[in-house]
Design a protein around this ligand. Sequence first.
Ligand code: PLP
Length: 501
Amino acid sequence: MRYNSTTDKSIVVTASQAIAQGISTDGGLFVPMEIPQYSMSDIDALTKLDYRGRAKKILADYLDDFTAEEIDECVEKAYTKEKFGSDDPAPLSYQKFGDVDMNILELWHGPTSAFKDMALQILPHLLTKSLKKTTDKEAVILVATSGDTGKAALEGFRDVDGTKIMVFYPVDGVSPMQKRQMTTQEGENVAVCAIKGNFDDAQTGVKRIFTDPALVKTLNDNGYLFSSANSINWGRLLPQIVYYFSAYSEMVNDGKIKLGDKINVAVPTGNFGNILASYYAYRMGLPINKFICASNSNNVLTDFIATGTYDKNRSFYATISPSMDILVSSNLERFLYHMTDGSDAQVKEWMTALKTTGAYSVDDATKAKITDIFTGGFCDDEKTQQIIGEFFNKYGYLCDTHTAVAVSVYKDYVEKTGDKTPTVIDSTASPYKFSKAVLEAVADGETLPDDEFAMVDLLSEKTSTQVPAPLAALKSKETRFTNVCAKEDMADFVLGTLGVK
Ligand SMILES: *Cc1c(COP(=O)(O)O)cnc(C)c1O
């Protein structure tokens, strides 16, 4: 199994190189050169396994330069009962919204209460093993975050041998809960620093450090190298394929579908990673009928699927589903590569247009191929809160703002098409990560407390649902990281933390 770049097929690497490197030297993303094929009897075999067993099988088929023991170790360390609250890290919850069945795939039972844990609990293990195969240095992971990714990466890399992780967040750019999650982070190999600037400044600062030859050399001389945990790494995408096979298996086991029946998937989408993982599952043989791509008011993907034109020249909205506030969905590049049967030249042309003009249009044949299996829709903040309120008050299920976007778009789809295919709806975060917006949605009009933890308690009281233990525990946790630095001083922070001059 080899991987090549989406924009230059002559660049070919092994699985561990793809993961260690993160991104191709030509700026393209790594894609598998062939996709493992599962027959119905292979899928039948998966139904007999637990989540970890399914993960081992699927990972082994993509990571052929890992030994079975190495994959076992990665999976066993990542998806523990201790970290995910049960032996099934991705449970399904069968709900109804009016007469529409909602098979909600809860992906947020991990340590940071967002679906990023599904990949970031295992990536550190995959990455350290990949690094061992390709270098003898210790990895310094740098992350710029607007909230969810930083915390999930910290928690994933905490106390992982051979790694150090440093996270930079904009001092006024994250929610109170997200800030507390990061500043109280435990672990011997972690550091967190707020920067006086916005998310773009943090991102630019990290990129500058990555590419500063003098800094890279200083690190090298001291036995370190920089590495990345962002969502373009194949090692973050691959673990997400597993939960689609797992959800299908559970629905077969629960008698919701028969082996071989088709399902739809509805995914609240930002960077296009999660929904792309479901597409890989489909290409491997999982019977999927339609991919329902749900966006918030930043509906660049809805327009792309409807028109074939991707255009990021538009207003940016800060919404109550902030993890989907994104105008450049990086993983779309991989999807386009597969939709053009691997035309690296074509993908390169579109990506260059995106960089230079902010827009590109795909040809009619590609557009037809996309709309054959994909449909898109969006939902604004007002509708999102209305859905949360109705789903809870009428039908008794509490969901977060991102999940509500998918629920809304799926409801619209069913109304428009009458499609009765059983559908898996990805639930990507705990409602307690976005307490204010969720509380407003279920509390109709009463005055809410200002304090984050008072809101969390009130939400729990009103909805008779439990606050995830790691979020509740933050209230009494000691703050470890109070550093705030100027954006020009990020490199000094890195060197100082490493004790390197
Ligand atoms: C990251 C994130 C998303 C978007 O997922 P993509 O893979 O980037 O499309 C949706 N919901 C939540 C809560 C997230 O953290």
